[in-house]
Design a protein around this ligand. Sequence first.
Ligand SMILES: [Zn+2]
Length: 304
Amino acid sequence: MKGVMLLPIVHNPRYNAEFPSDHRFPMGKFKRVAEVLVEEGLVGPGTFHVPGEAPAAWIALAHDRAYVDQVLGCEVPTKIAREIGFAMTPPVALRARCASAGTLLTAQLAMEHGIACNTAGGSHHARFEQGAGFCVFNDVAIAIRVLMADGAVERALVIDCDVHQGDGTAAIFANDPSVFTLSFHAEKNYPVRKVPSSLDVPLFDDCDDEHYLDAIRDVVRTTIHNVRPDIVFYNAGVDPHRDDRLGRLALSDEGLIERDRFVIDAVREAGIPLAGVLGGGYERDIDRLARRHATLHRVAAEFV
Ligand SMILES: [Zn+2]
């Protein structure tokens, strides 16, 4: 493999917090995604870039310090835990910290190599005050804030193709002109009360490959051109797939491949670094779900 550049892929075994297999949140997918990437030769064994745990000071750049301390102390009020969808335990808190550090590491690798991908991340429902919708910390928002605090970037663009609207990210950056948030999502899906992104593109139920790709093409190109960001964070959630339990859209596997290829190509053609994060996916079959999530890494590897 000497001389062959592989896609930088970020993974920490702690991304998997070991939930019961019948839990509504398919936690086992993080472990399986990493296995699939090794099996497919996208990453050599032992060559994942392994993030540590994000310190509270980083997380507090995007979240209320009181909430950060509640998570780290596993003392999240029941009402908030219910909104997140699971109780706060040490492994759950740890995975949220590692995923946040992982998205930051992904961004740093992207700035060095042009492109890099995390095997978690995209917790876009977590807002400043608290987590929600299976999201504890907003890893993308934390990464952007740390990069900006370091003076590494001045402008960032979030392209969020997870099927759910990126309300948490939109809220965190609502009054921040240095970050442009773009969300493509199913209009009639969670969250019921959507927080306006810089630009929202709501999609109708059962939207198929053709209509979806028609809806994103011009918007993605125009936004990249207008915003001229120093980095793009791409949330490649696979929940727009027709077999997803929480999706409402009707994309095929080929449609997701085309989507990822189009977005990544548009960003890289503009010479902008791209940090890919996993986003949502809620099929019951963990192997099939993990293989679908690995679409991001397979397609991103074409651009190394
Ligand atoms: Zn989602």
